[in-house]
Design a protein around this ligand. Structure first.
Ligand code: IPE
Ligand code: IPE
Ligand code: MG
Length: 250
């Protein structure tokens, strides 16, 4: 393999044991700015730059699915100016990143409630999805107005309707049926979840899908997160033994 995947003097990444799906809770933009006496939006702006770099790095490494939690359903409750700034940054990111996504053959997919966004942004999101839909090198998933509970509710409602119409018997309900009504049914469960900023919580992200995900917490604030730290998290993941409730005797 011609890729350089080594991290400083530490062992390098094993390209054959990569996590298929890495999810990141990009947290700490506000605190990063506050510590510098700057408005929160400066932290968000810098956070977008970091996200850009990590996307490129993930693609270079060969990660199949990268999900970035960019805006939660609960984040709408922040002050209006902050929400507007975040929407503006999202628009700028999608517009400026589309050529890169095309160049790197990255498919883009949003998960979350599209109807929560203003029409111009909805159209932009759908356009980026459409124009990248045929790419297979990597799938970049952006969680926008996303809530794990809302996703489960969405599926429960759809299933309740099927049962009500007599199209599904309760005993025939499977894991597959539940996922069928999620935002992006083909998305495999995350193998690795990274959360920056020192918070040790899930904050309503991927509640159903995290059942056996390896969790990696770092105190680094998202605007300070680097490609090297991303590699470090991947190497840490590769040094873990995933048991899935079983035991491995030898
Ligand atoms: C993450 O940074 C970005 C979003 C949630 C949109 P925060 O804005 O949550 O930053 P902190 O956690 O307040 O430092
Ligand atoms: C989680 O961060 C959501 C995103 C990173 C988009 P929050 O900053 O919103 O989460 P809490 O409030 O600390 O749990
Ligand atoms: Mg936060």
């Amino acid at each position: 393999m011609s890729l350089s995947l080594s991290f400083g003097s530490s062992p390098s990444l094993d390209p054959y044991r990569l996590p298929r799906h890495v999810a990141i809770i990009m947290d700490g933009n506000g605190r990063w700015a506050k510590r510098r006496g700057l408005p929160r939006v400066v932290g968000h702006r810098r956070g977008v730059e970091v996200a850009r770099k990590i996307v490129i790095k993930a693609r270079e490494i060969g990660i199949a699915y990268l999900t970035l939690f960019a805006f939660s359903k609960e984040n709408w409750q922040r002050p209006q100016t902050e929400v507007l700034n975040l929407l503006k940054l999202l628009e700028e990111y999608l517009k400026s990143e589309l050529p890169t996504l095309i160049d790197k053959e990255i498919r883009f997919k949003m998960i979350g409630d599209l109807e929560d966004f203003p029409e111009s942004l909805r159209e932009l999101i759908l356009r980026v999805e459409r124009e990248t839909s045929a790419f297979t090198k990597m799938t970049l998933v952006l969680a926008l107005s996303y809530s794990g509970r809302a996703e489960i509710f969405k599926s429960l409602r759809a299933i309740a309707e099927l049962v009500q119409k007599g199209l599904l018997a309760p005993q025939d309900l499977t894991d597959e049926t539940i996922r069928k009504y999620f935002y992006f049914p083909e998305l495999p469960d995350p193998d690795l979840l990274i959360r920056t900023s020192g918070e040790h919580r899930i904050s309503n992200f991927f509640l159903y899908q995290l059942a056996y995900t390896e969790l990696y917490f770092t105190s680094t604030l998202w605007p300070d997160f680097t490609e090297d730290e991303f590699l470090k998290a991947l190497i840490d993941y590769q040094n873990r033994e995933r048991r899935f409730g079983k035991i491995y005797e030898f």
